[in-house]
Design a binder for this molecule. Structure first.
Ligand code: C5P
Length: 242
């Protein structure tokens, strides 16, 4: 990775706002005020706080990754994509397991929802959830092969559908970039600063290691949101990369 400024590094950190309501999320945002990081709004917060919370983040200038992992029939995903594009989110995602036609429908929804002069949101595919073990993949989901093979297959499919990137483990970034090209965006959770509590994540990397692999964005939740001083925690992460 070329040398990035602290501002550029902050812009590649997506802080996971995994909170039950807007009030708790606002508490964290206040502590991080002025740090130009991305914020990730997932199902828990979006289902509780709704589109108005996302709209208010956008009004305040935040870059927003809406992590709602759409997976439905193409026509429904198209409608969902249109709605979130109207909200002005910067990044959102759909499951690659929904198939090529479904992913293409998401892009059609973006076309419909995009107001003139607005920047297109980046649409990324969810490959194989990092919580899926080899046994679950083979025996429950019924896919043969290794998790990495499944991830690369989904990444290729997302790329063929015209999506701009995927969510994946930092351990898969190199293989994804070689399969789909360097410009194909990787968004990687499973990030833990050295010495941080691992929690339920298993295949982890430090932020600096993930960027050294060539990832474009790191998703970080509890190492920041669960820290005694979240601002000091994100500053330390930025320092570790700078
Ligand atoms: O707290 P932590 O840093 O583990 O948070 C990681 C975030 O990334 C959570 O919001 C989680 O839902 C999300 N995520 C993940 N693994 C995936 C996809 C998303 O951990 N494969």
């Amino acid at each position: 990775m070329s040398v990035l400024t602290r501002t550029e590094i902050a812009g590649r950190i997506m802080v996971a706002l995994d909170y039950a309501n807007a009030e708790h999320a606002e508490g964290l945002l206040k502590q991080l005020e002025g740090i130009p990081c991305f914020v990730k709004v997932g199902m828990q917060l979006f289902y509780a706080a709704g589109p108005s919370f996302v709209a208010s983040l956008k009004e305040r200038g935040y870059k927003v990754f809406l992590d709602v992992k759409m997976h439905d029939i193409p026509n429904t995903v198209k409608g969902g994509a249109e709605s979130v594009t109207r909200l002005g989110v910067d990044v959102f995602n759909v499951h690659a397991a929904g198939g090529k036609h479904m992913m293409e429908a998401a892009l059609e929804g973006v076309d419909k929802g995009l107001a003139p002069g607005r920047t297109r949101p980046i649409v990324i595919g969810v490959t194989q959830l990092t919580s899926t073990s080899q046994a679950v993949l083979n025996e429950e989901i019924g896919l043969a092969g290794t998790t990495e093979q499944a991830v690369i297959r989904y990444a290729r499919l997302a790329h063929a559908a015209g999506l701009q990137g995927v969510v994946a483990s930092p351990l898969e970034v190199t293989a994804i970039k070689s399969a789909c090209g360097d410009a194909f965006v990787t968004v990687t959770p499973g990030i833990r600063p050295a010495g941080a509590d691992v929690g339920d994540q298993s295949r982890i990397m430090t932020p600096a290691e993930a960027f050294a692999q060539g990832t474009d964005y790191v998703v970080i939740g509890r190492p920041i949101t669960g820290a005694a001083d979240p601002r000091a925690a994100i500053e330390a992460i930025i320092d570790s990369i700078a």
